[in-house]
Design a protein around this ligand. Sequence first.
Ligand code: NAP
Length: 248
Amino acid sequence: MSQTVIITGASRGIGAATARQAAKAGYAVCVNYLSNAEAAGAVVADIRDLGARAVAVQADVAHDDDVLRLFENADRELGPLTALVNNAGILEHHMPVVEMDAARLARVLATNVTGSFLCAREAVRRMAFSRGGAGGAIVNVSSMAARLGSPNEYVDYAASKGAIDTFTIGLAREVAADGIRVNAVRPGIIDTDIHASGGEPDRVFRLRDAVPMKREGHAEEVASAILWLLSDAASYSTGTFIDISGGR
Ligand code: NAP
């Protein structure tokens, strides 16, 4: 059976690496992005160079209308959905909780939590046995921050990933009998652009010595775990987590 995956936030970082690995594993890939059309186009071009099918779709996962359009586009361009990677995520500048306002909290929770719920909802509507679907797999991209709390950096972001961990367990149990597996990865310090969003592009280098393996991780190492969880090799795993954090 042909495999089709939507990967949110696939223009850069972990999402882009996952898109490229998914194409190599035989998936047709929907590359979602927020604003960087050029980066998304480069990922699609790489996938097409491999002889695989891909389409880039701009959509803000925090907005219901955008999410509906994203999934309709993927249906039309690539065919029946078999997998979703809820990867899009943001963080804001380092700040203690005592200075955070409601607008910041709303932005972080809207993308990281609401976005993952909305995309999972659309995936379940398409994949559930009880709705005429053929089953499938969802992987949520959480973070080791969910366990560490990210004090003095972004407790709001860490809490949003705590919500993703709970969401993963709950949804996994809710849709297991519908043939859908739901798992999550918890990356540690991975070398991507996200650290610049926090105001510290070199954060990876400051923190690498605190990692037992004494190095940062790479997007491809997270992508490999995501692809395993999506695959039939993980057929008896649901509601579970893979930490990719060098032992931290
Ligand atoms: P990144 O390099 O900053 O890339 C973020 C991606 O998300 C981009 O493709 C961006 O699109 C997209 N995006 C942002 N907001 C979006 C929205 N509202 N709707 C749709 N797409 C949106 O991030 P990353 O480091 O690869 O992180 C990916 C995931 O891994 C996130 O969930 C993050 O929390 C998690 N994570 C990362 C690390 C790490 O150390 N890097 C550690 C733990 C967990 P544009 O290119 O269009 O802006």
